[in-house]
Design a protein around this ligand. Structure first.
Ligand code: SAM
Length: 304
């Protein structure tokens, strides 16, 4: 603890506990209820090596290889962004919007609902894709990332949570090519086709895109700037470049009343809202604040 405090590591007590738990393979309760135990030399060496790496700036999650998201344990490596609590608001907003419409049965007829088609652009660890597949047992999910190593981690996370057979991981630029993903699994017993390629349209698209401006790099914590993947952090010179393309692609891929949910950068709400306001294809545009009172999630519905 003293070593981490001296290195000005935030939450140094918690970091020490987590690294000790990891080195011992024990939980916190075991550690505090066994004050008589001492570390064997190999474990002590491993623990002190982890402390040294944390003092040098490596995030705890890359040292332990895990982070919780939406109550599920995710593997993380330096190939993926560490899932953040703010991103859980994307889950809340997406599930709330689907819930308003009756997710499992058709509220109007009570008949079983057809499969949901869901996409996650820039899936990283797969946290959103996996948590959505886990919450929505009737969903087929298409998760993209530009990074092949990130997709490998995401695939392992899907397997860990037993949803791998319902998630297609694709190395793509945002949502490019998703119009050709009709797997024929969408049973539509009660609905008339909305268009010729209706089977490839989506009910829900989510994304937490890279949204930090290049020139903000110097203001980032060293843990983030020096250790998290830059493709996951930086959206371009101003940080808002990804949104226009993402929204244009989503407009073409969502079915009538399909839902788009985007995580927002800390100062991008006005700009992103402006994109929606300029396109008559969208209704029910709403922004949700995070727990710090920052506009964090924008949701909108496609009106065809
Ligand atoms: C901010 S991270 C979000 C990761 C994960 N969805 C989460 O919420 O923790 C953005 C992700 O988008 C990916 N990415 C960056 N540019 C992309 C692009 N043009 N097309 C697809 N994915 C991209 C990055 O590799 C990274 O995994």
């Amino acid at each position: 603890m003293a070593q981490l405090r001296a290195a000005q590591v935030p939450a140094h007590t918690l970091a020490t506990e987590l690294l000790l738990m990891h080195a011992l393979g024990r939980d916190r309760a075991w550690i505090y209820s066994h004050p008589e135990e001492s570390l064997d030399p190999a474990t002590a060496q491993e623990f002190l090596a982890l402390i040294a790496r944390r003092a040098a700036g490596e995030p705890v999650q890359y040292l332990t290889g895990k982070q919780e998201f939406w109550g599920l344990q995710f593997e993380v490596t330096p190939a993926v962004l560490i899932p953040r609590p703010e991103t859980e608001h994307v889950m809340e907003v997406a599930l709330a919007r689907l819930g308003e419409r009756g997710i499992k049965i058709r509220m109007d007829t009570g008949a079983p609902r057809e499969n949901l088609r869901v996409a996650d652009a820039g899936t990283g660890s797969g946290c959103l894709a996996v948590a959505l597949a886990w919450e929505l047992p009737h969903a087929e999910v298409f998760a993209t990332d530009i990074s092949a190593p990130a997709l490998e981690v995401a695939r392992r996370n899907a397997a860990r949570h037993k949803v791998a057979e319902r998630i297609h991981f694709l190395q793509r630029d945002l949502l490019t090519g998703l119009e050709n993903t009709n797997t024929g699994s969408r049973a539509r017993p009660h609905a008339a086709p909305e268009s010729a390629h209706d089977g490839s349209l989506f009910d829900l698209i989510v994304s937490n895109p890279p949204y930090i401006a290049r020139n903000e790099a110097a203001q980032l914590q060293r843990e983030v700037r020096d250790h998290e993947p830059h493709t996951a952090l930086f959206g371009g010179p101003t940080g808002i470049e990804m949104y226009q393309r993402l929204i244009d692609q989503a407009r073409d891929l969502l079915r009538d009343r399909g839902i788009l949910v985007l995580e927002l950068g800390h100062d991008s709400a006005e700009h992103v809202r402006g994109i929606f306001d300029a396109q008559p294809a969208w209704t029910k545009v709403a922004i949700t604040m995070d727990l710090a009172g920052i506009p964090r999630v924008l949701a909108a519905e496609r009106a065809r």
